[in-house]
Design a protein around this ligand. Structure first.
Ligand SMILES: *[C@@H]1O[C@H](CO)[C@@H](O)[C@H](O)[C@H]1NC(C)=O
Length: 421
């Protein structure tokens, strides 16, 4: 076991992924597409299902076969690898105990926690957290299953020349999928135990079509999850549900290990910053819905008592480590049309690491004919050493904001997700 792990880790040369993927040698850059929902480059994803389905509504016309387990999927040109639950092992409907669970545990290198749940039901607010965790883990299983499918099927953009490196990423992602499945089963199991669930899967879209972008997106949403689980723990503590904290801590570290791997693949040092960036449940739920969930495809996400903010798109998203101007856009239409008049009264806030939120200095703000508001703001990298994830939010009022909680209470559009290094 140890020697096998050593082989996997030892051969993950920093530059291996970069050299394996036939993309331009610049940072992944999803911006400059206008409109909204670009947080993870999702404006590209809007076209992916349409391509697969000949232009119909994505939620109705997913024709691709599921890239799950042994079932084949994807077209010969690799353009339709659209994931759908259940996976070939029946996930997420896995009984405990069952042969299917045993197989997941083998692949995950460990058991689903087998101790008793807390004796009394968690606070309603903490059930919300468990539902959000389940909602996120279902997406992660979908994403990494599709990613593994793309690599194992040598889909265009996911081809490796070095077969050893290819096998390394297959082994790593295979374990991650099973581990994320256990995270889901743990959260949904707790919800079921307290007659409060389970959360059912949606249909998802991925805003990527090459390996480097896929890893970049994985790294970014994992950063959001890492920050959000700290928020979940804070709620557990505030609500007196201390029995749930240790298990979430075990997942935070686990996701951090994953992220070090993704970062290494991207040629970055494994640990981004001394203190990872705080997020909140509201930002995570908003980001997942804005970027990955096919609208209207979730059977019971409405039981998750969290808001979905308007989408906020930074451009560029992946920044060099220096002071610079960044453009943010959001759509002041529909539910948000009142901001077409009052957008100049809104502020832009940056959250990075565990520091006090920064109200940005705005250079300019304007609105175009389609109702898209564009803000140019200074990104004060050098003053605050803003490495890693920065969460941007467009908020009511001008602050100052003492904490991320204060920012969330005032947020209208967000999170805009920026990564440096
Ligand atoms: C897998 O490849 C397909 C086809 O390029 C793409 O549409 C999809 O977004 C990819 N998924 C992931 C997670 O990389």
């Amino acid at each position: 076991m140890y020697s096998r792990l050593a082989t996997i880790l030892g051969s993950l040369a920093i530059a291996s992924l970069v050299s394996a993927v036939p993309v331009e040698k610049r940072d992944i850059y999803f911006g400059n597409r206008g409109g909204h929902s670009q947080n993870w480059g999702s404006s590209a994803s809007v076209s992916a299902p349409a391509t697969a389905s000949g232009g119909g509504a994505p939620s109705q016309t997913y024709g691709g076969q599921p890239p799950s387990g042994s079932s084949a999927g994807g077209s010969s040109d690799g353009s339709t690898s659209i994931f759908k639950f259940p996976t070939s092992d029946g996930f997420p409907d896995i009984q405990n105990p069952s042969d299917a669970l045993t197989a997941i545990e083998q692949a995950a290198h460990g058991l689903l926690p087998n101790g008793p749940p807390p004796p009394s039901a968690p606070a309603a607010d903490d059930l919300t957290s468990l539902r959000l965790i389940a909602f996120n883990e279902l997406f992660e299983v979908a994403y990494f299953t599709e990613l593994l499918f793309n690599v194992t099927h040598n889909v265009a953009g996911y081809e490796y020349q070095d077969q050893g490196e290819r096998q390394n990423i297959i082994d790593a992602i295979t374990a991650v999928i099973a581990q994320e499945k256990e995270h889901l089963l743990n959260a949904n199991g707790a919800l079921a135990h307290f007659n409060a669930g389970p959360i059912e899967p949606c249909v998802y879209q991925s805003p990527v079509s090459d390996l480097k972008s896929a890893i970049s997106v994985a790294r970014t949403f994992t950063d959001v999850v890492l920050g959000t689980l700290g928020d979940v723990q804070t709620h557990f503590g505030q609500n007196g549900d201390v029995g749930l904290i240790r298990g979430v801590a075990a997942v935070i570290g686990q996701e951090g290990e994953q992220n070090g791997f993704y970062r290494s693949l991207l040629g970055l040092i494994p640990s981004a910053a001394p203190f990872l960036t705080a997020s909140t449940r509201e930002f995570a739920f908003s980001a997942l819905n804005q970027a990955f969930v096919v609208p209207g495809s979730c059977p019971n996400a409405n039981t998750i008592d969290l808001p979905i903010f308007g989408a906020l798109s930074p451009n560029p998203q992946f920044l060099d480590p220096k002071d610079q101007d960044v453009t943010f856009s959001f759509s002041a239409t529909g539910d948000y049309s009142k901001y077409a008049q009052s957008y100049k009264s809104l502020s832009l806030v940056f959250i990075n690491q565990q520091n006090v939120p920064v109200v940005a200095t705005i250079n300019s703000a304007s609105i175009d004919q389609s109702g898209t508001v564009t803000i140019s703001a200074k990104f004060p990298f050098s003053q605050f050493l803003m490495n890693g994830l920065t969460i941007a939010a467009v908020v009511d009022g001008s602050g100052p904001f003492n904490s991320i909680t204060d920012v969330v209470a005032a947020t209208k559009f967000g999170p805009g997700l920026i990564e440096v290094n």
